[in-house]
Design a protein. Structure first.
Length: 491
């Protein structure tokens, strides 16, 4: 016969086993209910967050919202030169590189800098093109940028950019999202979340691509953990600008309208029941898709532009190009689109930096300058922030590798690079920041990627520390826990 203590222990063990075996489903339901309650509360809380006075509407996630303070810019056009242009051959002239060409940079200058493909003791490569000063500002530019030279007094050149990433994909994602790994909202998504949209018949955030591919991929324009409705919509270069925008064969307008109305009713009923913001996003997507069947063909018809305008951009209405994308960007801004990304890939000059720059400047310089001129003559530049630049810079040292067939190129360089901005409250006709005599490190007025992001948000009327979204138990923001507004860049 078992003793009392042993008997009680066995019964206790059997009772626990029976409870978990027989009631596990019940416990699961309790846990699931708790999780869903928390998730729903978090979703409603996040959806109700606002950077200004007006709450974010679940029914209309694109409803215009007040900024934190009066904005200088209402729109952004980001000309992303993917692959990283060589600042030393375009913007940042360094005579000392000519003097030291063929010799290694002193280790004291290089420090613990890491490189993707070259040794730290690689030989210096001098600037490959002539430089001259232009405009009243006297900004120094390479001969590869003759069209930009013509508008140099309209732009602000920042020579002291720096980043923490030295490979393409993480650096591109970092510049666009404030974090080096996929999963965070992009700058365009944060902008639409913070300000809402003005365009009714076009997406609020549009992405175009020219060139040879984007290392960071769709993570560069993803909405991350924000509701998916805030993600960028990519326009294609050929065929329908957006997949499936054309009505399928056999589907007339009446049938399509009835179908959309029925699906909309089901979605609205579900939204009323659950409050899930993703359903609101689905509703917006269906409605926008319907409107795009009319607005997208009209947008893409560049033959309505004057011959002078097409010539100014160097654009062929029927031929995909960076010039055509820039002209489309202006047309998008005219129609109220908030944020436009144009990715021009191909600047990764590990070999033949001269040939690389001739090709890419030939494809982009005229149209980039034309965009600024066109916006100004139409009265749109003051409210449109234009940004030009890549994810990092190129090394003062040359890259030569016979095994890889590389010669007279430049490697990735995160410590110093150049970008320019125009319009949207930026101070025109200035050059900000400087690098050392070898163009290796920032010597004055450093601007980190997070500082650039904070400054851009400020121009849009948004405080980068207050524009947050609660996810996974913490408040996230574009600039993470860093970034300061560079007030010297503000007009």
């Amino acid at each position: 016969m078992l003793g009392m203590n042993e008997f009680e222990a066995v019964k206790l063990h059997e009772g626990r086993r029976h409870f978990f075996n027989e009631c596990g489903v019940g416990l699961g339901k309790i846990a699931l209910a708790s999780l869903l309650t928390d998730a729903f509360a978090a979703s409603k809380s996040a959806t109700a967050q606002t950077p200004g006075q007006s709450p974010v509407s679940i029914i209309n996630p694109f409803a215009p919202r007040k900024p934190h303070f009066p904005a200088k810019a209402k729109h952004v056009i980001h000309l992303f030169m993917a692959g990283a242009p060589s600042q030393l051959d375009l913007f940042d002239y360094k005579p000392d590189l000519i003097k030291y060409e063929g010799k290694p940079i002193p280790p004291s200058v290089i420090g613990n800098q890491r490189y993707a493909f070259i040794r730290p003791d690689a030989a210096v490569l001098g600037p490959r093109f002539k430089f001259a000063r232009y405009g009243k500002s006297g900004a120094e530019l390479s001969e590869m940028l003759p069209h930009l030279a013509g508008i140099v007094d309209e732009i602000c050149i920042v020579k002291s950019m720096n980043t923490t990433q030295f490979n393409h994909a993480p650096a591109q994602i970092f510049l666009n999202t404030g974090f080096s790994q996929p999963g965070r909202p992009s700058f365009g998504s944060w902008t639409i979340y913070g300000l809402g949209a003005e365009a009714h018949d076009l997406p609020a955030f549009v992405v175009m691509s020219t060139g040879s591919g984007i290392s960071g991929g769709a993570a560069n324009w993803s909405s991350g953990f924000l509701p998916s409705v805030y993600g960028g919509v990519r326009l294609r270069n050929q065929g329908d600008p957006i997949l499936d925008v054309t009505r399928p064969n056999g589907i007339d307008a009446r049938l399509q309208s009835d179908t959309i109305d029925l699906i909309g009713k089901f979605n609205r009923d579900e939204l009323a029941s659950t409050g899930d913001p993703e359903i609101a996003g689905r509703l917006s997507a269906y409605e926008m898709a319907s409107r795009l069947q009319t607005s997208a063909p009209e947008l893409m018809n560049l033959k309505t532009e004057s011959k002078d305008t097409l010539a100014m951009y160097g654009a062929d209405p029927d031929k995909p190009s960076f010039a055509r994308a820039c002209l489309l960007a202006r047309r998008l801004i005219e129609r109220g689109v908030r944020f436009v990304n144009i990715y021009h890939e191909g600047w990764d000059a590990h070999s033949d930096v001269v040939g690389n720059l001739k090709t890419n400047c030939g494809a982009t310089d005229q149209a980039s300058a034309a965009l600024v001129k066109d916006l100004k003559q139409r009265g749109l530049l003051d409210e449109t922030l234009v940004i030009w630049g890549g994810e990092f810079g190129r090394t003062p040292m040359g890259e030569s590798n016979s095994n890889l067939g590389r010669n007279l190129g430049r490697d990735h360089h995160p410590s110093a690079f150049t970008m320019w901005m125009a319009g949207g409250g930026v101070k025109p006709g200035i050059t900000y920041g400087k690098t050392d005599d070898l163009g290796f490190n920032v010597a004055e007025n450093a601007v980190h990627v997070h500082d650039l992001q904070a400054t851009m948000l400020h121009l849009l009327g948004l405080d980068h520390e207050r524009l947050t979204y609660r996810y996974a138990g913490r408040d996230f923001r574009l600039t993470d826990v860093e970034g300061v507004v560079i007030k010297e860049l503000l007009a």
